[in-house]
Design a binder for this molecule. Structure first.
Ligand SMILES: [Zn+2]
Length: 139
């Protein structure tokens, strides 16, 4: 319990921003996946991961697993996550070609941490085996 509280405080900047965005973005359904809270919204084109809170415009498993990888990065970087991972990721959304986006850090690391790999054809696929309950989330 104390570890969970300390981890929450360690990631407090992204948790506060995540809670704020949960209010701002239209809530089309919340669900828990891999122990994290996801809010589906049709107002967001991609997804954003802020500590334990993820806002996503997609319920594809590969997206959810990639965002889960960012939650692991959040634990690692703590209060520096928004500066180190957030700004770098934001930069890549603007200036990195779509076909290269998941090959650059921190996106490639988020894939790896979330269990997303590339198959022999170079196509991304996920290796995480969801529970039966989690399978019902996917679209
Ligand atoms: Zn990402």
């Amino acid at each position: 319990m104390i570890k969970k509280v300390l981890l929450y405080i360690w990631q407090l900047p992204q948790h506060l921003l995540g809670l704020f965005l949960f209010v701002c973005y239209r809530n089309c359904g919340r669900f828990k996946y891999r122990g994290k809270i996801y809010q589906y919204s049709d107002n967001i084109p991609g997804a954003i991961s802020l500590g334990n809170y993820i806002i996503t415009g997609s319920k594809r498993q590969i997206t959810l697993d990639h965002e889960y990888g960012h939650t692991v990065q959040s634990k690692k970087w703590g209060p520096l996550y928004l500066i180190i991972v957030g700004i770098t990721s934001l930069y890549h959304t603007q200036f990195t070609p779509n076909d290269k986006y998941y090959t650059v850090w921190p996106e490639n690391e988020a894939d790896k941490l979330g269990g997303v790999i590339r198959d022999k054809y170079g196509k991304r696929k996920t290796t995480y085996e969801p529970t039966a309950e989690e399978r019902e989330i996917f679209c």
